[in-house]
Every structure is written in structure tokens, then in C-alpha cells.
Design a protein around this ligand. Structure first.
Ligand code: PQQ
Ligand code: CA
Length: 708
């Protein structure tokens, strides 16, 4: 790896662009002078209509793109001609273990091989020329537990490293390094300890971590600490830096009742590349109860800190702080809040720890509004760093999240199911949802010190230019809504590119934020754009598609809502043509008439069906119009007829609907069905009435109450 240059050139060799994963390009052919003439060079239909979070790779004129579920595509980067494509054979029961859709965040390419991790945790090495499977390895230690893979594999010399997700379920996190040549395991690093009664820990650093967990920790549930997104190889120190995820279950009084920092949750850990031994750790969110992960993308840089050049990591995790961390020592050199933070107010650089504020964040004894919310001040959508300007460009969400503990302090583990142990509502929805909550919760929420803040500014979300060492914003551009996530690209010519859910791709001036160009693509964009050059022509590429966390609410202003969720790869060049827009969808029809209610159904069964649905089905089926998955209040007669075989026997498992016969009884499924029939009837009556009055039908609402 050549670390003498910073930023990507003609090639963009990993999803982050260069060795520093900076999403920064040294190319300057496209500049403020000609960006106005950008037009479509080519487009490629990815053949799906769900989440797209990946940034493509281009090496020597070939583009390698990943799609949802772990699909891979190789294309001629100048023409878009398909060279090959790969769809993994995924065990679709894995959908039940995926919190956030069929997300996939990219490929790794090296030595004639393309690496992709499928949702079910299978890691594939494909022949870069043909797409043929050269080897595959199951990276999951226990399929009884809800592990999935959504992150990009990371190359580290002759190793490829991959983590997994599932901290909301019943998992214990780890990352594994495999030999690029044949897929044999080189090492595995567990991020948190296991039950000490089961024998010694896997490493000395885990023995040390054990001291920070309480004696009565719910080891049976797992503890969390999944590394589901950023793993970054740092060639200068030959170390693999892993961003570790949240604790599970969320509430401390369930997970680790005696408290403790719970290492290495929400930490950056640096591992020796060759052995996987830990070199240092930096915990960004001690005593986590709020899903404030450290898994968000890292950017490596070199910064002047107080007159000294230091190798650093620029990191904006979910928790609302901007960290500059020394790559050699793991010490924080700067830690400034960039949004409201109610779990900690300041950072002490001398001790390397935050000043925690449990009075506004501990929800063990009643609800709290936590800032930032669990979707994070930042999340998987990549930031970009321009070293010449020393500016970090990133989408930032400032909102709160209401948490309380609805169940017992010692719940049973639900095997392979959600075990987060909390009720959660996003701050942006608070004003509309509050009225629907139990009166006691309403009273408690209104008395909170954070209540007024949450009501005065339910949320803001913007693309910002940020100074890394101070966290100060130089300029910002407001987004349309908190479901928007803008991955960002910056070029040495001073252009910042990002897309939005409404379907626009924008180029703005890096110095001022002034818009220089935009185009309506008719397709929702979250993924980060990238740029590359073939035969002297510079291109800008981006994948389109909405989904991931919060996929159940597709905002009406989005292209995904208005024109369908097209998954396309759009590539632009100076002098290119117009972007074809997908056709507008017809207006919503009233819900079809449901069948007669099932025999022997009582109001109590209907209520029970709703509760069972909320606990098991609502994480995917939000029952909102044009959501990522079918709105079950609009089922056709055929689907009603096949309801039991679909839910219990897995008749639609190939489409991603798992079988539930291991977890739900026939009576429970009947109760769910009865509730859906009841709901569909009521929705139909309401929509026929609205139609008669000439008013718009049921529109999606952000007011989703999730019980994890
Ligand atoms: O705790 C986990 O293991 C885990 C996994 C994932 C994932 O794998 O996508 C997400 C999260 N957590 C999470 O907290 C989160 O906000 C999130 C957003 C997304 C997404 O793709 O939009 N995934 C995930
Ligand atoms: Ca999580």
C-alpha cells in the first residue's frame, strides 16, 4: 500500500476510495467550471428494489459493485457493459435476524479476487475475471443466534477481515481474519467477554474487559458488541482498527445489572494485523444503554495537533461527538459534541473519558429522551475528508429518542429473536406519538428536563463542512427529513457530491456549500457517490435505492414513494445525456375488502394478535403504504387464503419471508391474522370514505412505536 499519496486517483480501490478510506479524490478534471455540464454516461439496472448502501470500486477500467444481500456485479467502467454478476444463495431465514433490511456496504478486491459477505454471514471469494466462486467460508459461529453480515470485507495485506451484526438480538460480537489465498482462518477477535463460568477468556484483553462487566451479566443473551460496519486497515501501523457496536439487551439493569463500562462495547480497538492481538482501545460510549455504536466509518489522516504532526483517525460515531484519535496510541486528541448529547456533556482529554449525565439518560426507573437518538448523529453513510482544505464533510442528524423498559428486569432469552429489552420512539416523531402512549408514560415524559428541547427542535439533519479539531461547522445544508442519509464524496477540485431521497444528485462548492449543479434522477439516493477515470475521462458514479434502518417509513416526498424503489447504478460525465426517470406510480387505491373474520375470534384474540405482531413482525412489516415490505393491511384474497402456509411453513421464503413455525403457534398466527383482517376492514372503510370526499388516502406516518 502506497501511503505517500492521499486520496483516490484514476482507481478507487475500496469502498472508501484510498488506503485512508477518505472518500476524497485527487481527480480535478471535473471542476466548478464544467460540473454544470455533467450528464448521464451510462446506467445499469441492479435488478432489485431494496436498500443500496454501497460505494462501488473501480480498478483499471473495471467497476465492482455490491448490491443488497451480498450481490456482486462487474462492469466495464467506461460503458456499463456487464462482465459478470453474482447472486449468493442466501439462507433467507436470515431475514428474521436482520434488524435493518438486506443492507450490504461493499466489496473488497485484490489479487484477482472479489470478496463479498452475504446477509447470512457466508464470505465469498470470487474470481475477478469470471465471478466464479473460488472459495467460501461460513463466518458465523452459531446459527441458533441472530447473526447477519452487512458490512464490507476489509483487506489487510494477505488477510480479509469481516464482522457481523445482531446486537439487538442474542449475539456476542467478533471479527475474523481469513487468508486471501484459500479462506483458512488466520485469527478471530471477540469484542466482549463470555460467561467466566464457561472457562477462561479467549485473550488477556478479554480477561481485563471482564472486570468492567457485572457478576450477574446476562451472558446467555449475548451482550452485543457486534462489528457490523467499519473495519479499517491502517498500513502505517500494520493494524486493523475495528469499530465495535452496542450492548445487548440495551438497558443496563437487564444486561449488566451491577453497571460498569462494559468493554469493549462502543469502542475503537486496534488489532495487530498478523496476530489479531489488541494494541489499544478507546471506548467512545461507556455504560451504553442507547445503541450508541462505534461502528461508523473511520477516516485515516495526518493532522497538525498543537504544533505536532500526528497520525489520526477522524471518527464521528453515533454518540454525537467528533473524535480525533491518535492512531499510534489510541488516545483522543479532540472530542467535541456536534449535536445535542444528553448521555454525556463534555469530554476530559486528560483521562480520555466523557463526563456522563445519568440524570438525563438513565431510563432504568422511567422514560428518558436520549440525544442523539439510536439512529445516531451519524451512521453508516460515509463522510469525506479533504486534507488540503482540512475539512470533514458529513451528514449529521440531531434528534432525540424516547426509551423506557416495558418488560421485566430478567426477561427470558428469545432464541434467535429481538432481545433489546426496550421500547423506543424517535424524537422526530415524539410530538405526534406522545398522545398515543400510556398516560403514566406521558406524564413522566412531560416532566423530563429534555422534553422541551425535544419539542422545540424535534430534529434537524444537514450536510455539514466540519473542522475536525474543533467540531465547528463551516457551512451546512439542511436535508428534507431524518430518513435522508447522505453519503458524501469530495474532490481536490473543491466539489462535494451527495444524493437525497427526493432523487437529486447534488454538487456543491467545498468552501462555501453553494450549489453548483444538481440533477433529478427519479430514484432515491443514500449511498456515497464516487469518482474514477478511464482513458482520460473522469466519471462520477452512485447507486440508488432506499432502505436500511427505518426502512418501514418511506417518506411521501421520496422518489422511492413516488416512482418506486429502483436500484440503479448511475454514472455521469461531462457532456453526458439526460437521466431517464422511472414512471410515476399510480395513486394509492383503497385497501381491498378483507375476507370475513375467522371463526370463533374474540376481541381479546384480536388484541393478542396485535401484541404478537408488534413483538415479532413489526420490525419488518411497518404496515405503511409503499414501505420496504408489503403493507399487510392491504392483502389480497390469495394471500389471505395462503396466510398460514406463508407464516408457518415459509411458502414465500425465497422472497425473504421466513418460516415461523419454530416460534409461533397455530393459535398465535390465527390471532395475528384476525387482527390483520380487523385492521384491513377498518382501513378500507376509512379509505372509501376519504375517496368519496376526494381526499388523499392513508399516507405514511413517521409515528412508529418499536418494541425491540
Ligand atoms: O447492533 C447491530 O448489530 C446492528 C447492525 C446493523 C446492521 O447490520 O445493519 C445496524 C445497527 N445495529 C444499527 O444500530 C443501526 O442503526 C443500523 C442502521 C443500518 C442501516 O443499514 O441503515 N444498519 C444498522
Ligand atoms: Ca445496533
Amino acid at each position: 500500500v502506497d501511503t505517500s499519496t492521499y486520496g483516490a486517483g484514476d482507481n478507487w480501490d475500496n469502498p472508501g476510495g484510498d488506503w485512508a478510506e477518505s472518500h476524497f479524490s485527487r481527480l480535478t478534471d471535473i471542476s466548478a467550471d464544467n460540473v454544470g455540464q455533467l450528464g448521464l454516461a451510462w446506467e445499469f439496472d441492479l435488478g432489485t428494489n431494496r436498500v443500496q448502501e454501497s460505494t462501488p470500486i473501480v480498478i483499471d477500467g473495471v467497476m465492482y459493485a455490491s448490491g443488497n444481500l451480498g450481490r456482486a456485479y462487474a462492469l466495464n467502467a467506461a460503458t456499463g457493459e456487464e462482465l459478470w454478476s453474482f447472486t449468493p444463495e442466501v439462507d433467507m431465514q436470515a431475514n428474521r435476524a436482520a434488524c435493518c433490511d438486506q443492507a450490504n456496504r461493499g466489496l473488497a478486491v485484490a489479487g484477482g479476487k472479489v470478496f463479498t459477505a452475504a446477509l447470512d454471514g457466508m464470505l465469498y471469494a470470487l474470481d475477478a475475471k469470471t465471478g466464479e466462486v473460488l472459495w467460501k467460508v461460513d463466518t458465523i459461529v452459531d446459527h441458533e443466534r441472530a447473526y447477519t453480515s452487512t458490512g464490507a470485507p476489509e483487506l489487510a495485506g494477505d488477510l480479509v477481515v469481516i464482522g457481523n451484526g445482531g446486537a439487538e438480538y442474542d449475539t456476542r460480537g467478533y471479527v475474523t481474519a481469513y487468508n486471501v489465498s484459500d479462506g483458512t482462518q488466520a485469527w478471530r477477535f471477540w469484542t466482549i467477554p463470555h460467561d467466566p463460568r464457561d472457562g477462561p477468556q479467549e485473550s488477556p484483553e478479554l480477561e481485563a474487559a471482564l472486570e468492567t462487566w457485572s457478576k450477574d451479566t446476562r451472558w446467555d443473551i449475548g451482550g452485543g458488541g457486534t462489528a457490523w460496519d467499519a473495519i479499517t486497515y491502517d498500513p502505517q501501523f500494520d493494524q486493523v482498527i475495528v469499530g465495535v457496536g452496542n450492548g445487548g439487551p440495551y438497558p443496563m439493569k437487564i444486561r449488566s445489572p451491577g453497571g460498569g463500562d462494559n468493554l469493549y462495547l462502543d469502542s475503537l480497538v486496534a488489532l495487530d494485523r498478523k496476530t489479531g492481538a489488541m494494541k489499544w482501545h478507546f471506548q467512545e460510549t461507556p455504560q451504553d444503554q442507547w445503541d450508541l455504536t462505534a461502528t461508523q466509518p473511520m477516516i485515516l489522516a495526518q493532522l497538525d495537533v498543537g504544533g505536532e504532526q500526528r497520525p489520526v483517525i477522524l471518527h464521528t460515531p453515533k454518540n454525537g461527538f467528533f473524535f480525533v484519535v491518535d492512531r499510534e496510541t489510541g488516545k483522543p486528541l479532540a472530542a467535541n459534541p456536534i449535536v445535542r448529547t444528553s448521555w454525556a456533556d463534555t469530554w476530559d482529554l486528560a483521562t480520555g473519558k466523557p463526563h456522563l449525565t445519568p440524570e438525563t439518560s438513565d431510563y432504568s426507573n422511567g422514560p428518558q429522551i436520549i440525544f442523539p437518538a439510536s439512529p445516531g448523529a451519524r451512521n453508516w453513510y460515509p463522510a469525506a475528508y479533504d486534507p488540503g482544505r482540512n475539512i470533514y464533510f458529513a451528514h449529521v442528524i440531531d434528534m432525540g429518542n424516547l426509551f423506557w423498559v416495558p418488560g421485566p428486569d430478567r426477561p427470558e432469552r428469545i432464541k434467535g429473536g429481538m432481545n433489546a429489552g426496550v421500547a423506543a420512539i424517535f424524537g422526530a416523531d415524539l410530538p405526534s406519538v406522545l398522545a398515543t402512549l400510556p398516560p403514566l408514560i406521558q406524564e413522566q415524559v412531560k416532566a423530563l428536563p429534555t422534553y422541551k428541547t425535544a419539542m422545540d427542535l424535534p430534529q434537524s439533519n444537514e450536510v455539514r463542512a466540519i473542522d475536525p479539531l474543533t467540531g465547528k461547522t463551516r457551512w451546512s445544508i439542511p436535508g428534507d427529513g431524518y430518513q435522508d442519509r447522505h453519503g458524501v464524496l469530495v474532490t481536490a477540485s473543491g466539489l462535494v457530491f451527495y444524493g437525497d431521497l427526493a432523487g437529486k444528485l447534488h454538487a456543491v462548492d467545498a468552501e462555501t456549500g453553494k450549489e453548483l449543479w444538481s440533477v433529478d434522477t427519479g430514484s432515491s439516493i443514500m449511498a456515497a457517490p464516487m469518482t474514477y477515470r478511464v482513458d482520460g475521462v473522469q466519471y462520477v458514479a452512485v447507486q440508488t435505492g432506499f432502505g436500511g434502518g427505518g426502512w418501514g417509513f418511506v417518506p411521501p416526498y421520496s422518489a422511492a414513494y413516488q416512482r418506486g424503489n429502483a436500484n440503479r447504478l448511475l454514472v455521469f460525465k461531462v457532456g453526458g445525456g439526460a437521466v431517464p426517470l422511472p414512471a410515476k406510480l399510480p395513486p394509492l387505491e383503497p385497501a381491498p375488502a378483507p375476507p370475513p373474520q375467522l371463526s370463533g375470534v374474540t376481541p381479546a384474540m384480536i388484541a393478542e394478535g396485535q401484541a404478537t405482531f408488534t413483538a415479532n413482525c413489526a420490525a419488518c412489516h411497518s404496515n405503511q403504504p409503499r414501505a420496504g415490505l408489503p403493507d399487510l393491511r392491504r392483502m389480497s384474497g390469495n394471500i389471505h387464503d395462503a396466510f398460514d402456509t406463508i407464516v408457518l411453513d415459509g411458502a414465500l421464503v425465497a422472497n425473504g419471508m421466513p418460516a415461523w413455525d419454530d416460534r409461533l403457534s397455530k393459535d398465535q398466527v390465527k390471532a395475528i391474522h384476525a387482527w390483520l383482517i380487523d385492521t384491513q376492514g377498518k382501513l378500507r372503510a376509512r379509505e372509501l370514505e376519504l375517496q368519496k370526499r376526494g381526499e388523499p388516502l392513508d399516507s405514511p406516518s413517521a409515528a412508529i412505536l418499536s418494541n425491540f
